[in-house]
Ligand binder design. Structure first.
Ligand code: HMG
Ligand code: MG
Length: 300
């Protein structure tokens, strides 16, 4: 069964300079749930000095707890360090995402430390989270899985090494491989697959494609052929990473849902509702919808 991890409220907004209010964010998340999405990364407990847009994570989780008191969908958040965990746990967060990269230059820019140091911090965070939330879920991101905006092409062995440590040593539940600057093509997905599956079962791996150069859906198709079932995407194709210039354009959830449904793979997502879910956020940003399947669904 294919799973979609919606990252729009976090990855989609983290880059935006214009502040979006907490109620608009909560309404965005509620509209995504209403469209049928079941796993949503709603915010980050990172330093508000680094990502001011997501400084209201505590308030947002509080609002969502009121809106979804019983059996909420899976809401998750990024947690970079113990300080973030201290804010996340009282907010009732049961799913965290820790994050590093395959390239030292990238982690230096993104989290102010090298890859190995970040893995040490992650190990401490995951350990503390497991103790506090024994039934919790941990996702580990490996950014720059194919290429780094600073260091260029990343050796597959480097990506596989970091993913292997997250899997074997730290014991995360899922690893998301990020094509942070949207350069990969299907042949490269197949090559990276050969490296990572030497150590990690396929069912533990998710793919986080960016559509910067229009190759994301082709990469999803290749990953599906290879037997993967978990894909990240962002409603309206919002977002990118603040520390990866030019990384705009996560794979749009509308394009992913259209592609999967049309290929006979049920997603449980109502494309017409999904296409409307991000409209208030786009309006607040002063932007028009631009994702192709979103535009097509809005025109129907
Ligand atoms: P630092 O500046 O080295 O850390 O940042 P620090 O410990 O010196 O702290 C600086 C200040 O921030 C201090 O405050 C701390 O208390 C505070 P001051 O003493 O100056 O008043 N602070 C915090 N406050 C609240 N919550 C916290 C926290 N931590 C420190 N958790 C740090 C290191 C990791 C904190 C910082 O670099 C950071 O937050 N980075 C996050 C950057 C980010 O969110 N990037 C985007 C996510 S990754 C991504 O998008 C890629 C992905 O989508 C996949 C892909 O596409 O590849 C996942
Ligand atoms: Mg991303």
């Amino acid at each position: 069964m294919v799973r979609i991890v919606e990252v729009g409220p976090r990855d989609g907004l983290q880059n935006e300079a214009l502040p979006i209010t907490t109620p608009v964010k909560a309404a965005f998340v509620a509209a995504l749930v209403g469209a049928g999405l079941k796993e949503i990364e709603v915010s980050s407990f990172v330093s508000p000095k680094w990502v001011p847009q997501l400084g209201d994570a505590v308030e947002l989780f509080e609002m969502l707890r009121v809106q979804f008191p019983v059996e909420p969908p899976y809401f998750s958040a990024l947690v970079p360090n113990e300080k973030g965990l201290e804010r996340a746990i009282p907010s009732g967060v049961k799913r965290i995402a820790v994050f590093t990269a395959a390239s030292d230059q990238f982690t230096q820019k993104n989290i102010n430390m090298g890859v190995d140091e970040s893995l040490d911090v992650i190990a401490t965070v995951v350990d503390a989270f497991r103790k506090a939330v024994p039934d919790g879920f941990v996702r580990g991101y490996v950014s720059t899985a194919f290429e780094c905006p600073c260091a260029g092409k990343v050796p597959y062995a480097d990506t596989a090494r970091v993913a292997g440590i997250l899997h074997k040593k730290i014991g995360v539940d899922e690893i998301s491989l990020g094509d942070t600057i949207g350069v990969a093509v299907p042949a490269e997905v197949a090559e990276l697959h050969d490296y990572v599956t030497a150590d990690i079962p396929k069912k533990k791996i998710a793919w986080h494609f960016h559509d910067t150069r229009g190759t994301a859906i082709a990469n999803v198709a290749k990953a599906l052929d290879l037997g993967y079932e978990v894909f990240d995407s962002s409603a309206a194709g919002l977002g990118g990473c603040p520390y990866a210039p030019g990384a705009g354009g996560n794979l749009a959830t509308e394009d992913l849902v259209y592609f999967l449904e049309r290929s006979g793979i049920a997603t449980g997502v109502d494309l017409a509702k999904l296409a409307r879910a991000s409209l208030p956020v786009l309006e607040a940003l002063g932007r028009r919808p631009a994702a192709r399947s979103q535009l097509a669904a809005l025109a129907e």
